[in-house]
Design a protein around this ligand. Structure first.
Ligand code: DC
Length: 212
């Protein structure tokens, strides 16, 4: 059984949904690193302070077993999912000292093993020795359809063209930044989820995790 699983890929590919299912089936801890970048962005937006090393070094981010997110002791699970925070997260994720601090926290969280961690640079930077690396992708249109459905389910109004634009912009910024850009690790398994259900993707990852 693979003890450390890294799942990377662009926004809306289904990483978190699938990773949660795999974690539940294997009894592993799920770690959502995107939520950590989102928490930093939310802190900047809400504190009115500019991003600084001090702000990042003093931040307290906790993820619990139910994948709830706490920022400085306050639950922010829902607040970090707005389009404004998505944009902010992609921005703070370009900054070296933010990545260094969060990478350090993420490695500590994974140290005990039996974890599935998702993000953009997990297989390439955070956990290069992961036992299984997945690069999960889907076409931008399919990812936009999924994101739109999520936003609508939360009562947040948006439209398809706008979501395609936002996702494309984030893909570009996440893939082209200088430090730890979104990239498939050489030893990652590529999974295209465009024509697959969540359950099918989860099954494929479970099979890979169980293989010796
Ligand atoms: O997975 P997500 O949409 O919640 O991630 C939010 C932003 O954080 C995303 O635009 C890129 C950034 N991110 C990152 O740079 N590295 C990670 N390991 C996870 C997320």
């Amino acid at each position: 059984m693979k003890k450390i699983i890294a799942v990377d890929g662009p926004a809306g590919a289904g990483k978190s949904t699938v990773s949660k299912i795999v974690a539940a089936r294997l009894g592993y801890t799920y770690i959502d690193t995107g939520a950590m970048y989102r928490a930093v962005a939310l802190k900047v937006l809400q504190s009115g302070q500019p991003l600084s090393r001090q702000l990042v070094n003093n931040i307290d981010i906790k993820l619990d077993e139910a994948a709830r997110v706490f920022l400085d002791g306050r639950e922010v699970t829902k607040e970090i999912r707005t389009p404004e925070v998505s944009r902010g997260a992609s921005d703070v994720a370009t900054v070296g000292y933010v990545r260094e601090r969060l990478t350090e926290l993420q490695r500590k969280m994974a140290a005990k093993g039996k974890v599935i961690m998702d993000g953009r640079d997990i297989g390439t930077q955070v956990l290069p020795n992961a036992d299984l690396k997945i690069f999960l992708t889907a076409t931008v249109e399919e990812r936009a359809r999924r994101r739109l459905a999520e936003l609508e389910a939360k009562g947040l109004a948006s439209d398809f063209a706008q979501v395609v634009k936002e996702i494309s912009l984030r893909d570009k910024q996440d893939s082209e930044r200088e430090i730890a850009p979104l990239a498939q690790a050489e030893d990652a398994v590529l999974l295209d989820s465009t024509a697959l259900t969540i359950e099918q993707v989860a099954e494929k990852i479970l099979r890979l995790a169980e293989a010796e």
